[in-house]
Ligand binder design. Structure first.
Ligand SMILES: Nc1ncnc2c1ncn2[C@@H]1O[C@H](COP(=O)(O)OP(=O)(O)O)[C@@H](O)[C@H]1O
Ligand SMILES: [Mg+2]
Length: 269
């Protein structure tokens, strides 16, 4: 699993590209000014993510997980280092990356299908086709029958489905998920976890997901990236070689879940 196809480093003026690497976080640091003083949030993060890989980032609240995801999304820029997606240096958001946050961020004055259709404008989908394409993506995320519902008429889980459908609608290579299920009740979360596994099997993407739910991390990940705080840095990367679909009650799953949990309980690292 996750065997790097080719590790040659190809360099020119503005590019670093490793064949088979979808995302390269290259010695990235980020600090914010707090009352005129710099607060180091991320320190010297380097991480290569293979095309098609599902990477899950876990770490204590405030350790910089969202900041790292925003840097990959191009919603923020590093103070040092660079992020490369598909071989190109990230200089801003792009259609090659879809992002979903903990809150759905759907526009409340648009229906579910209009929300997804609005995202298609950026891809240049002709107006006449947008609603059709939007409905296809809503069907993909299990929202058939709710196309014309407004966000306020959807449950939390349904609204997150719509947000995932919207992120997928531009067919990005990379899907960035920042605690997308964090605000949902336990049963809805389980259901959507299964749904995300189904979607990623049907329509493979490179996925980076942030969570503080250890079970969710073991359920999804090819690799779990454990972060340390103050400043945020990578403590450990744990490969997850469990067969898929994953059985949460299998001995291998349970053992790995408790091993990852120990990473958090044992703060002497
Ligand atoms: N735009 C910003 N300005 C100032 N501080 C920020 C900004 N964004 C994040 N931070 C700070 O960076 C730290 C990490 O935040 P964040 O990446 O959201 O952590 P996490 O997602 O792991 O909980 C926090 O201390 C937060 O207050
Ligand atoms: Mg966060």
């Amino acid at each position: 699993m996750n065997v790097r196809i080719d590790d040659r480093l190809l360099k020119n003026d503005s590019e670093v590209r490793r064949v088979g690497v979808a995302i390269s976080v290259d010695h990235v640091s980020r600090a914010f000014d707090i009352n005129g003083r710099p607060l180091a949030v991320l320190h010297d993060i380097s991480l290569d993510i293979t095309a098609g890989e599902f990477v899950v980032i876990v770490g204590a609240s405030g350790c910089g997980k969202s900041t790292l995801l925003r840097l990959i999304a191009g919603l923020d820029m590093p103070n040092a280092g660079a992020v490369f997606v598909g071989g190109s240096k990230v200089v801003g958001p792009g259609l090659d990356r879809g992002i979903v946050f903990q809150d759905h961020r759907l526009l409340p004055w648009l229906t579910a299908e209009e929300n997804v259709a609005a995202a298609l404008i950026a891809r240049g989908v002709p107006k006449a086709e947008r609603l059709d394409v939007a409905r296809r993506y809503l069907a993909l995320v299990g929202l058939t029958g709710f196309e014309t519902a407004y966000p306020s008429q959807l449950s939390g889980g349904m609204a997150q489905r719509a947000a995932i459908g919207r992120a997928l609608a531009n067919d990005p290579d990379v899907l960035l998920l920042d605690e997308p299920l964090g605000a949902l009740d336990a049963l809805t979360r389980l259901k959507l976890q299964n749904e995300i596994v189904r979607l990623s099997a049907k329509n493979p993407k490179t996925i980076v997901l942030v969570t503080h739910d250890i079970e969710e991390a073991v359920f999804f990940a090819d690799r779990i990236v454990v972060m340390d705080a103050k400043p945020g840095r990578i403590r450990r990367i744990i490969p997850v070689d469990l067969p898929r679909p994953r059985d949460r009650s299998s001995p291998g799953f349970v053992a790995l879940r408790s091993a990852v949990l120990d990473e958090f309980i044992d703060e002497t690292h």
